[in-house]
Design a protein around this ligand. Sequence first.
Ligand code: GAR
Length: 208
Amino acid sequence: MKKIVVLVSGGGTNLQALMDAADDGIIRGGAITCVISSKPGVYALERAARHKIPTRVIPRKDYADAAAYSKAILQALQEEEADLVVYAGFMTILDEQVVKAFPNRMMNVHPALIPSFCGKGFYGLRVHEAALQKGVKLSGATVHFVTEECDGGPIILQKAVEVHEDDTPETLQKRIMQEAEWKILPQAVALFCEDKLQVQGHKVLITS
Ligand code: GAR
């Protein structure tokens, strides 16, 4: 059974989708064993507690810089003996010491079709604001492995979602979550837990 550690910073709807998928038997071969939040008091922690999943809070603001914070997160991940680390609305960038310790064992869900609207500064509602400003007719979500390049790692799954003329950043965010993120994140985790993801260079092959 693979140990899945989920990193969160906010509402935790993607965490909820993962817990629901685990309950429904969609994620076989893995279990969420810990949820780590970069912020105290966020709703994601309550969702985890309701599911009786142990939680840890490692506040970003308690650490001087990304290196010190990354060290603390790395130690926690090692203590939890994580096989897979999932960024589910985790709004902090970790440095290469964490990425190197978990090569092709960390994944992130991003609320756009990478390589559009991604990289440093593109997170949460800002991503949807940028998509609406550009006037794209399709956006969506991407699940990718985490590398040292922000939002630049090998892509595991993507799903497109239509943009409506009367969308606000909030309505677009909600539709992308419902139609894409909450589906492809559990799917990607399930594929990982069944050893069906093979990284070849920059491509992820899904084996049967
Ligand atoms: C989600 O839309 C997620 O894709 C995004 O933040 C939201 C968190 O929601 N993540 C990023 O923008 C990371 N670059 P949640 O806390 O309800 O899962």
